[in-house]
Ligand binder design. Structure first.
Ligand SMILES: C[S@@+](CC[C@H](N)C(=O)[O-])C[C@H]1O[C@@H](n2cnc3c(N)ncnc32)[C@H](O)[C@@H]1O
Length: 500
């Protein structure tokens, strides 16, 4: 294991230590500066974790963990390393408040470790159910299912189409819309087992982007030039004498749903065969709750966890409900419901409204008003957060922030995370370790060290900071930030704390 600590490589520490938090020394930065100096000694610039391990890239080739195509996931390899570092054993319990595709839960299951996980997205539930059933599938049933699908021909007079919401309108060719509806109906009405049906749903979910005119691209869905949205926009531009759009997405020939579904099923079938043959982990309990961690965690008992391995949404305006709009619409999420889901997200978009009143109501209903007050006090007394809020307000006044929602997002992000940290502290046993993967961010020329501020808030809750792994590769800035404020690399980190 190669660990380069700062003492060994003083020349490169400058690269990871933030030198200036406020471009052109515009605003106050003393709180951020002193926090940086205080915590930099526990930062470990690590070769052990790299960009691939904190992202989905490594899992892409990993049996089982690649079952839900989820680019925001971290790798199974990273979870394995952390479990080892935390000295977690079969029979222990690990929690992940932001499960996503379920990497933490499934790595735990494969090692006989119990897990508890939460997510608000219905895809998580499908993925977790599909993956945790890996030892229960009847291979001959899946084989039969695959050969039945091969023989399916959609009747010529079939005229239903898949459900859509405003942002997914026209996402598929007409035939594909019918195919999606047909296979959804077929899957509901066939006589295969519940686990087999759920596996088909997972494979359909994984096919939707492939068979559509869309491509997931950072914050948005990009649209193929043949889609309804693009055709209408091209027509509009032409009629109004505007030049045609330059950036065009051309996905080429699209597979049919049947082709893609069969490819997906064959791939998971191969994984199931390998895993059933080669893996025999001890029994463990995997618990998944489809719900909001902010409201669910307070319902759990104290002192139940041996560790936490997680990655919350980053404070980067990334909207999961837009990226996964096709999948959500397939699962029956309506226009109304998608708005509710967006608001339920830990505040990470400029559209998120503060949830503090709901959080308060929840704590009150659980008879935990005292806890609520104590956590609010920690947030209000945190000088670093106050400095950031103040600086962003000043930046906004100065016209340096292109969307005022950023101010609310940043404040709510740390407010909500503090509630999560506080609940995790309560749920952890003494000696339990917590790992959060997160990225630092920058708005209006103001650097926000999510890793260190989180560590400080966690410390104020009672955790002992252990270390902050920082990846060798840092993150760049948006082109607007670079042009206006110059380049400041941003850390990608894994923060680690311990309950004393
Ligand atoms: C970075 S992803 C986690 C990825 C995960 N580590 C994996 O390997 O797939 C963050 C997840 O948090 C979920 N999330 C956001 N807000 C939430 C909330 N309030 N409660 C529970 N989950 C939430 C999102 O739906 C998303 O799946």
């Amino acid at each position: 294991m190669e660990q380069l600590n700062l003492f060994e490589m003083p020349s490169v520490t400058d690269k990871w230590q933030v030198q200036s938090f406020s471009a052109d020394n515009f605003g106050q930065q003393s709180a951020r500066m002193s926090l940086e100096q205080r915590l930099i000694p526990i930062m470990v610039v690590s070769n052990e974790f790299d960009r691939r391990s904190v992202s989905y890239q490594l899992s892409k080739n990993d049996c089982l963990h690649r079952w839900l195509k989820y680019k925001e996931g971290f790798s199974a390899d990273m979870v394995k390393r952390l479990l080892k570092e935390f000295n977690i054993k079969a029979g222990d319990t690990i929690l992940d408040p932001f499960v996503g595709s379920g990497t933490t839960s499934l790595v735990c299951k494969m090692q006989g470790i119990n897990s508890i996980g939460f997510d608000i997205l219905p895809m998580s539930k499908i993925a977790i159910e599909a993956k945790q059933s890996v030892f229960d599938y009847d291979l001959s049933e899946i084989k039969q299912l695959i050969s039945e699908i091969k023989k399916i021909n959609i009747p010529k007079n079939y005229n239903k189409h898949s459900p859509y919401i405003t942002i997914t309108d026209g996402a598929y060719p007409k035939n594909t819309e019918q195919e999606i509806a047909f296979f959804a109906e077929w899957n509901q009405n066939n006589n295969y087992s519940k686990t087999a049906k759920n596996l088909v749903t997972l494979c359909i979910l994984n096919s939707l982007e492939k068979v559509s005119y869309t491509a997931k691209d950072g914050q948005f869905l990009r649209w193929d030039y043949r889609s309804k949205k693009m055709r209408e926009s091209a027509e509009y531009r032409e009629q109004n004498g505007k030049p045609p759009l330059v950036i065009r997405l051309d996905k080429g020939d699209l597979p049919t749903l049947k082709q893609s579904l069969l490819a997906e099923l064959n791939s998971v079938f191969a994984d199931i065969s390998i895993i059933q043959k080669n893996s025999h982990p001890p029994e463990s309990k995997l618990q998944f709750i489809e719900g909001n961690s902010l409201y669910e965690l307070p319902k759990h008992d104290d002192n139940i966890l041996n560790g936490v391995i997680t990655s919350p949404p980053y404070c980067n305006r990334y909207d999961y409900t837009r990226t996964y709009a096709l999948e959500l619409a397939y699962l029956g999420v309506t226009n109304e419901k998608i708005k509710i889901l967006r608001q339920a997200l830990l505040s990470c978009t400029v559209e998120n409204k503060p949830k503090i009143d709901h959080i308060k109501d929840n704590y009150t209903a659980l008879g935990k008003e005292k806890d609520f007050k104590r956590i609010v006090q920690i947030i209000e007394n945190n000088k670093t957060l106050a400095e950031i809020n103040h600086s962003l307000t000043e930046r906004n006044r100065n016209g340096d922030i292109n969307n005022k929602g950023v101010l609310r997002m940043v404040n709510s992000y740390f407010t909500e995370l503090t509630f999560i940290y506080a609940e995790l502290f309560r749920l952890c046993k003494s000696g339990a370790k917590v790992a959060f993967v997160n990225d630092n961010v920058r708005y209006g020329g103001e650097v926000i060290s999510v890793d260190f501020i989180s560590t400080e808030l966690a410390e104020q809750i009672g955790f002992k900071p252990v270390k902050v792994y920082s990846l060798k590769q840092q993150k760049g800035n948006s082109s607007q930030q670079m042009a206006k404020f110059g380049r400041v690399p941003l850390r990608k980190s894994i923060t680690m704390w311990e309950k004393p």
